[in-house]
Structure formats: structure tokens, C-alpha cells
Ligand binder design. Structure first.
Ligand code: GRF
Length: 207
């Protein structure tokens, strides 16, 4: 026995290209990183990130939400079964475009993280960069938070801000924010996986 701490078995849930997923996989290549990415799962079988995960040697799964129609919980039960098959301890949403029910959120309470492309509580929901430009804010950014049943309302673990520059459009602003997402998401996941940050009575507590 080396006495080293066992790494936290972590799944990343995606719906799209998976650039945050790649940042997390790269961080976790370091054996000293406290989370091990053991699964990438998508709700869309053609999510581009699945191929990138497979190329990195990570197990992948897709649980298509469409056959479940409006029954969100039935979809989540199928997804949850896959997570349990892989003995997942921590679930990381990275561009996962399904709203989760209180059932799923409750089951993973304190072990479910999301990254949102705004300085929450500003600009909850979608089209955050366009709305930030429209509002004329001088600063914009991203937030990693624990997931609670209310959308984009969970307690913040880390935030990073960027300036909004003259001449910015949605593409330039989102690229500047995304570069920060790739830095803070691996940091936040490491803190939760290592147990130095946790959710307690609805608030973030640091060890
Ligand atoms: C990111 O902007 C993230 O904040 C949001 O969805 C986007 C996912 O991008 N939740 P990617 O798939 O990680 O590249």
C-alpha cells in the first residue's frame, strides 16, 4: 500500500463539443489530481465530445433522452443506472443541456457540479453572452456551482471574470469566457473531489 488517497470516480455529462470535458480529462491525467474521469456520458448519441473522450481512452455512454418524451425522470433513471454501473461518486455537468428534476438533483446532492457562462446570479439560463452585451456590463465571466433543483441557482464554488471590451461580439466574448472556464472547472472539481470544499446546509463550506 502506498497510502495514497484513492481518486474520486467522476463522470462528465455532455451534450455537445465538450471543450470543458477535455480540460477536465487533461487535468486528471496527472495521477495527483484528486478526481479520476472514468466515464463521459451524453444525452445525444452524436455529441461531438463522445469521440474526443473515446480518443482519450475514457469509457463513454449515451442515453438518448428523446425516446423518453416528456418523462424526464424516466430518462434520468436510465442515466443514473449507467452512473451506478460505473460506481460514480461525482457528476460534473459540462454543457449538458437537460434540465434535471429534483429527483436526480436530490440523489446527487453535494456531488453534482455545473459550469455556467456568466457571473451568477446574473444571466441565468441561455444566451448569456448576447444578454451580457445587450445589458452593457463591463465585466462578464463564468461560475462553477453545486446544482440545486432551481436552475442556475446553486451555491458558487468558483468564479472568474473577464472584461467586456469595445467591439466585442458574442463570439469574441464567449471565447474569452471559455478560456477561463477551462481554468476554473478543473480547479473546482479538484476541490470537491479532494473534500476541501463541500455543500453543507445549502452553502459551500471550505475545509
Ligand atoms: C460552456 O459555455 C458552459 O459554460 C456551458 O455550456 C458550454 C459548454 O461548452 N454550460 P463545451 O461543450 O464545454 O465546449
Amino acid at each position: 500500500m502506498s497510502g495514497e488517497r484513492r481518486r474520486t470516480r467522476t463522470a462528465i455529462l455532455i451534450s455537445g463539443r465538450g471543450s470543458n470535458m477535455v480540460a477536465l480529462i487533461e487535468a486528471a491525467r496527472d495521477e495527483a489530481y484528486p478526481a479520476e474521469i472514468v466515464l463521459v456520458a451524453a444525452n445525444l448519441p452524436d455529441a461531438g465530445g463522445l469521440e474526443r473522450a473515446a480518443a482519450a481512452g475514457i469509457a463513454t455512454a449515451s442515453v438518448d433522452h428523446r425516446p423518453f418524451g416528456k418523462d424526464r425522470e424516466a430518462f434520468e433513471q436510465a442515466l443514473d443506472a449507467v452512473l451506478r454501473q460505473h460506481d460514480i461518486e461525482l457528476v460534473v455537468l459540462a454543457g449538458f443541456m437537460r434540465v434535471l428534476t429534483p429527483w436526480f438533483v436530490g440523489r446527487w446532492q453535494g456531488r453534482l457540479l455545473n459550469i455556467h457562462p456568466s457571473l451568477l446570479p446574473l444571466f441565468k439560463g441561455t444566451h448569456t453572452h448576447a444578454r451580457a452585451l445587450e445589458a452593457g456590463v463591463a465585466e462578464h465571466g463564468c461560475t462553477v456551482h453545486f446544482v440545486v433543483p432551481e436552475l442556475d441557482a446553486g451555491p458558487t464554488i468558483l468564479q472568474a471574470s473577464v472584461p467586456v471590451l469595445p467591439g466585442d461580439d458574442e463570439a469574441s466574448l464567449s471565447a474569452r469566457v471559455l478560456a477561463q472556464e477551462h481554468l476554473i472547472y478543473p480547479q473546482a472539481v479538484a476541490q470537491v473531489a479532494a473534500g476541501t470544499v463541500r455543500l453543507e446546509n445549502g452553502a459551500v463550506v471550505s475545509a
